[in-house]
Design a protein around this ligand. Structure first.
Ligand SMILES: [Fe+2]
Ligand SMILES: [Fe+2]
Length: 275
């Protein structure tokens, strides 16, 4: 690909990012609620009232066995009181995430990207549970870690399809192929988009560094956790021989504990895919 073409595509990606950013106001407001520190349950209730589809989504989700609530929840205020803020934030983000994938493009590809994001979120949550770190943050960081891929795909379906084809037939990691073919990678684009959306620093750093081993030991624990979860999904997908020894040692996990994490992750994944 010519240098000039690469520059053109990059510009398009950035422009398209603005389009993605021009999401419905309600979505932007919801992202604000997720990222603000002082968000209260009533702030969320007021916003949810304005979006019927979101209200229905929340009700459907909160009756999931995952949350172990015995009584049937049939109103939003009841859902908010019973589930608490952090679970509601998780549900909001999965709703936003699902909507982000309604861009134009091949359904199979979009579905593959979406399933990957949900799977990494589920494994991240399972790992965080074992390590006793914030599971909701791990879920959000996992869900959004590859958002750059979706944004690149939305800006130019054909160019990214070429990248995906090359990934399938190559030993190289996705970002290496992106750099070869496009001149930039999904981490750079993820960083730009999430900075624009004003996400928490920890979650932005995950999008930025999840392929960079020297950052796995950073103070921000989510980078290592999401990188580990990402690796687990490769193993699950195509039985590629994945070397987990680095993470097993880092987190002092036995084979038995790893197995438990995987089982919990797969259970969560099943539930989240049905949402
Ligand atoms: Fe990635
Ligand atoms: Fe990934």
């Amino acid at each position: 690909m010519e240098y000039k073409e690469k520059i053109d595509i990059r510009l398009e990606v950035i422009e398209k990012m603005d389009e993605v950013n021009a999401m419905p106001q309600i979505t932007l407001d919801l992202m604000g609620l997720i990222n603000e520190h002082g968000t209260s349950v009533s702030d969320i209730a007021n916003k949810v009232k304005l979006d019927e589809a979101l209200a229905a989504y929340i009700l459907r989700n909160c009756n999931s066995p995952l949350y172990g609530i015995k009584t049937e929840i049939n109103s939003i205020p009841q859902a908010l009181t019973l589930l608490g803020l952090s679970t509601i934030k998780k549900i909001l983000m999965s709703y936003i995430n699902k909507n982000l994938y309604s861009i134009s493009g091949n359904n199979e590809i979009k579905n593959e990207l979406w399933v990957h994001s949900v799977t990494v979120a589920a494994f991240s949550e399972a790992i965080a549970g074992k390590l006793k770190i914030n599971q909701e943050q791990a879920y959000l960081a996992g869900l959004l870690h590859d958002i750059g891929k979706l944004i690149i795909y939305s800006s130019d379906n054909t160019a990214y399809e070429e990248v995906l084809e090359r990934i399938d037939s190559s030993e190289n990691e996705s970002f290496v192929i992106e750099e070869e073919l496009l001149g930039f990678n999904h981490m750079e684009i993820g960083l730009l988009a999430m900075t624009k959306w004003k996400f928490f620093k920890d979650i932005i750093e995950v999008a930025q560094f999840h392929h960079s081993k020297k950052h796995f030991n950073k103070k921000n624990k989510y980078i290592g956790v999401i990188a580990f979860a990402n690796l687990l999904t490769y193993q699950e997908l195509d039985e590629r021989l994945v070397d987990l020894s680095y993470f097993l040692k880092k987190y002092k996990l036995s084979e038995n504990q790893l197995e438990k994490i995987i089982l919990t992750g797969l259970e969560l994944k099943k539930t989240y895919l049905e949402f």
